[in-house]
Design a protein around this ligand. Structure first.
Ligand code: ADP
Length: 399
């Protein structure tokens, strides 16, 4: 079975073509950046070949999809008919979750939540519509980021606002990064050699979240109705006092648009440091003594540490902590600071192993009760496997 997984960003399109035969093989993969700008960048790689890189205008997703299609047809796909489906890691559609055929009903449910996922839902909907046009005969299957968190208990997902308001507008904690937390949970189980354990999965990328996982099931996570909460993100604020926007609007004349832009684009690591939304730049500025950058890094790690403590309390202990995502996999500084002083919880790491960590690997310190891992997350394979299972079930039901 051949499944093409597409990851749509606001200006990017990443793709990977899987072949599920006797093994799970990647036939081709590629990445387009700066879609919509005057000059875009495209890199494409077929299995066992060198990557081809080009600079060219990619004015919209439809152009990007056609370029990807022609590259796949050169070596990796005989015909578009060989493709069983295109699978997407879609973000938010209220209570429509799990794995879904991306039809009009599901696209409308996504559009109804554009306000709470402004950087994610609109580009996905636009791209999916263009896939429908360019590949009208290929099923499009979405695996929702909220799916892994669907079994959280009410005390974890309800907000302390009037219950009738929560019910009327479907306001609750949904949680995101489900594909990554699920991959990390499964991979950690392999590394632990068991499935019955309490895990804190730390997905730390441009956007980050932590998840408390008991025996493979998410029982709590720190993204909520939207992706604007939890720990700070690259340019989004994370948890702040909900009265900050009201204070700025009522007393200082900020408009709703200004608040939205501030919280969604100008906050987090970028806003606090005043340097960059990329942790590498902020770490460098901190090393050079920039006080705001030092505070941003310290605050970021402190927020992760507090969340780890909260989830250890929620689960009644912790057996494993796994780090993933661009920051979780690469920043030894963040891992070290986030776990510093947690010996009382039975958590410590080997500093040498932390500094030289290459995922997948273990950092557990000598006297640590809990084991600590760095895992190279693989959201695409989770999405592809779910799409495969969905198609197999659909075929069986049709027989
Ligand atoms: P996204 O959430 O956009 O998918 P990634 O998971 O790829 O992002 O993570 C991107 C982030 O990873 C970048 O913003 C950068 O801050 C961080 N990062 C990547 N490499 C390093 C590194 N060596 N040290 C510190 N941070 C890093």
């Amino acid at each position: 079975m051949k499944i093409l997984v597409c990851n749509v960003g606001s200006t990017s399109l990443k793709y990977r073509l899987f072949d599920f035969g006797s093994s799970e093989e990647t036939l081709a993969e590629g990445k387009m950046e700066r879609v919509g700008a005057e000059t875009g960048a495209w890199s494409h790689k077929d299995a066992n070949e060198a990557a081809e890189k080009q600079t060219l205008p990619i004015p919209d997703y439809a152009t990007g999809i056609r370029l990807m299609q022609s590259a796949l047809l050169k070596k990796s796909l005989g015909s578009m008919k060989d493709l069983d489906c295109v699978a997407f890691k879609v973000v938010h559609a209220k209570d429509v979750t799990g794995v879904q055929l991306l039809d009009e009903r599901v696209l409308s449910a996504m559009a109804a939540f554009n306000t709470v996922a402004p950087s994610h839902n609109p580009p996905y909907i636009a791209a999916i519509r263009q896939f429908q046009e360019v590949l009208p005969d290929t099923p499009l299957v979405g695996s929702f980021e909220t799916g892994f968190h669907a079994n959280m208990p009410p005390e974890a997902y309800l907000y302390s606002i009037p219950i009738d308001v929560s019910r009327k507008y479907a306001i609750r904690r949904y949680g995101f990064h489900g594909a990554s937390h699920e991959y990390v949970s499964d991979r950690t189980a392999e590394l632990m050699g068991r499935k019955d354990f309490k895990l804190i999965s730390c997905h730390l990328g441009g956007s980050g979240s932590l998840c408390a996982v008991v025996n493979g099931v998410s029982i709590d996570t720190n993204l909520g109705l939207s992706l604007q909460c939890g720990i700070m993100h690259n340019n989004r604020c994370g948890d702040i006092d909900p009265y900050i926007p009201i204070f700025l609007m009522k007393d200082f004349g900020y408009s709703l648009e200004q608040i939205e832009t501030m919280l969604n684009k100008q906050s987090g690591l970028l806003g606090m440091s005043g340097v960059s939304n990329d942790l590498r730049d902020v770490e460098l500025a901190a090393e050079q003594g920039n006080e705001d950058a030092i505070n941003a890094v310290e605050s970021y790690c402190y927020q992760i540490k507090k969340q780890i403590g909260a989830y250890a309390a929620a689960m009644g202990g912790v057996d494993a902590i796994s780090f993933a995502g661009g920051i979780g996999e690469n920043s030894s500084l963040v891992r070290q600071k986030a776990l510093d002083g947690l010996e009382f919880l039975g958590v410590s790491i080997d500093q040498q192993k932390n500094e030289t960590a290459k995922p997948d690997c273990e950092l557990t310190g000598k006297n640590s009760r809990a084991r600590v891992f760095v895992v190279a997350t693989n959201e695409e394979i989770v999405v592809a496997r779910k799409a495969k299972e969905y198609l197999e079930n659909r075929r069986q039901a049709a027989q």
